[in-house]
Design a protein. Structure first.
Length: 100
C-alpha cells in the first residue's frame, strides 16, 4: 500500500525516486494561499521542483513535518514524496487548483 498524507488541499504520496532533472528549491513552502497568506511548509526536508514542468517533490529527513497555521502538523515518515495539489472544476477555466 502506498503511504499518503493529506493536509487541506495538499497531498503527499510516497514515491521511490525523484525524477531526473528536478532541482532543489530555496524555499520550504509547498503552497502559499493567496487569500490568507498561510503556507504549507516542510520542516527537516527539501522541496524539489521538476525541470520545466513545475511538479513538486519532497525529500523528508528523519523528524520531518508538514505544517500549516490552520491544520494539524503531520509528522512524515522519512522518504521521498510527490506533492499533489487538489483541483476543482470551474466552468470558465475547466480546472483550477484549490486554495485554502
Amino acid at each position: 500500500m502506498v503511504k499518503m498524507y493529506r493536509q487541506g488541499d495538499v497531498l503527499l504520496k510516497k514515491i521511490e525516486t525523484i525524477p531526473k532533472g528536478a532541482r532543489p528549491s530555496k524555499s520550504d513552502v509547498i503552497l502559499k494561499g493567496e487569500a490568507t497568506g498561510h503556507a504549507h511548509k516542510i520542516v527537516n526536508g527539501t522541496i524539489f521542483t521538476g525541470y520545466m514542468t513545475g511538479e513538486m517533490y519532497v525529500e523528508a529527513d528523519v523528524g520531518a513535518a508538514l505544517i500549516h497555521e490552520e491544520h494539524n502538523t503531520i509528522e512524515l515518515e522519512a522518504g521521498l514524496y510527490e506533492v499533489i495539489r487538489q483541483r476543482e472544476y470551474d466552468p470558465q477555466s475547466q480546472s483550477r487548483f484549490v486554495e485554502d
